[in-house]
Design a protein around this ligand. Structure first.
Ligand code: RFL
Ligand code: PHB
Length: 402
């Protein structure tokens, strides 16, 4: 058994783990990341595309913003289309200056990986059998298999950044956590292609045939999504099928503008709302998808992971630099407040824009739910007050101080 030592053991090299590691290292706090899969595998996962200003600022604070600031697109507005009628939401004007940045999670992850390597900070990729020990004691540790050898990592604290299917959350005794979950009766089929996007701004569309989203990564790379039944397999959808269905769901002028081409990636993701409370136990802190999942409708998943990182980074900085251990107990409470705002927003926007078939929800049948949502769409897209609420939450609520 090889023994290693660090101040903060980070489980998972997704955006949450990598960003936390970079921020802590800048404050002189040592950390080591354990990742189950290879770096290439992490970079092969196509996920989020929209960064709130809070996340962008955190990336700048970590000193990793050069490419994001050069290549990321500033989006001052976003569009919603209901049954073909387009509505522009002026994010900048309605929020007094806030915007979002369109920059792929894959690119951000790559920048963070490169910065970590350049700084000589250790990430153990393909670390198997990661197990957490003594998390309720003052000397926790993590054991894992790496390069054919068993390792034990002794640390002061553990950051569980290992996503929804990770091991960290399961290490908290079941009777010490409460989990809230809603699984939606549909998924999103995503398609990435090197074709010029159909629109300068993102367009979230509610149509008779279900939800569609026209998104982008750059002037030459498009990202589209379609609401699909949970029973669909991605193999059943040819590229031509996806393009044809997008044409049916997007507003006519957008559909006419759409350039089709071969997909670079195509996958189906289920939609889920999930929160684990509290987000800490002993010396373990849960961060990002390890603690909570949102449906992608509000583009909040990655952004909530970032606000958790911000909170934990501030807590640990105070612990190590000011010996303020009292603030540790505040992590979960501060993080969860913002998490629940993001959860509610993503659930609400999903309700407004998807077709729930016969299912209904919230204790009302499908027909009545649809009428309620007609009223929501009318208020939040067609009144100044409604648009302001939508815009304020889309760009992201301010970070809470610890
Ligand atoms: P991640 O990115 O899942 O990273 C967790 C990392 O932990 C590793 N891991 C382990 N490592 C060691 N030992 C173990 N036992 C481990 N188990 C897991 C994993 O290999 C992985 O590398 O979580 P993180 O860092 O919290 O980041 C969160 C974001 O990735 C996530 O919120 C968003 O991508 C969610 N999401 C989207 N959010 C958006 O805002 N907009 C989107 O368009 C969007 N699309 C998506 C998404 C999530 C998806 N998932 C989870 C399937 C599309 C998909 C398909
Ligand atoms: C994306 O471009 O992948 C994207 C953008 C906005 C969302 C979800 C996904 O709400």
């Amino acid at each position: 058994m090889k023994t290693l030592k660090t101040q903060v053991a980070i489980i998972g090299a997704g955006p949450a783990g990598l960003l936390l590691g970079q921020l802590l290292a800048k404050q002189g706090i040592s950390n080591l990341i354990l990742e189950r899969v290879s770096g290439d595998y992490v970079l092969g996962r196509i996920r989020a595309g929209i960064l709130e200003q809070g996340l962008a600022n955190l990336v700048r604070e970590a000193g990793v913003a050069e490419r994001m600031d050069a290549e990321g697109e500033v989006h001052e507005g976003v569009e919603f289309a209901v049954d073909g009628v387009r509505k522009h939401i002026d994010l900048k004007g309605l929020t007094g200056g806030d915007v979002v940045i369109c920059y792929g999670q894959t690119e951000l992850t790559k920048d963070l990986m490169d910065a970590r390597q350049a700084a000589g900070l250790l990430t153990c990729y393909e670390a198997a059998n990661v197990q957490l020990h003594d998390i309720a004691e003052s000397t926790p540790s993590v054991t894992f298999d790496y390069e054919g050898e068993k390792h034990s990592l002794c640390c002061d604290y553990i950051a569980g950044c290992d996503g929804f299917h990770g091991t960290s959350r399961q290490s908290i005794p079941a009777d010490k956590r409460t989990e809230y979950e809603r699984v939606y009766p549909f998924g999103w089929l995503g398609l990435l292609s090197d074709t010029p996007p159909a629109s300068e701004e993102l367009i979230y569309c509610k149509s008779e045939r279900g939800f569609a989203l026209a998104s982008r990564r750059s002037a030459t790379r498009s990202r589209y999504y379609l609401q699909v039944p949970l029973t669909d397999n991605v193999e059943e959808w040819s590229d031509d099928d996806v393009w044809a269905e997008l044409k049916r769901r997007l507003p006519q002028d957008v559909a006419e503008n759409m350039v089709t081409g071969p997909s670079l990636e195509k996958s189906i993701a289920p939609l889920r709302s999930f929160v684990c409370e509290p987000m800490q136990y002993g010396r373990l802190f849960l961060v990002g998808d390890a603690a909570h999942i949102v449906p992608p409708t509000g583009a909040k998943g990655l952004n909530l992971a970032a606000s958790d990182v911000h909170t934990l980074y501030k807590v640990l900085t105070r612990v190590y630099q000011e010996n303020d251990t009292a603030c540790i107990a505040r992590y979960s409470e501060v993080a969860l407040k913002r998490v629940w705002h993001g959860e509610r927003f993503s659930w609400w926007l999903s309700n407004m824009l998807h077709d729930y078939g016969d299912e209904g929800g919230s204790g009302v049948d499908a027909k009545m739910l649809d009428r309620f949502m007609d009223s929501e769409r009318d208020y939040f897209l067609n009144t100044e007050a409604g648009r302001r609420v939508l815009a304020t939450q889309y760009v992201g609520l301010p970070y809470e101080e610890v």
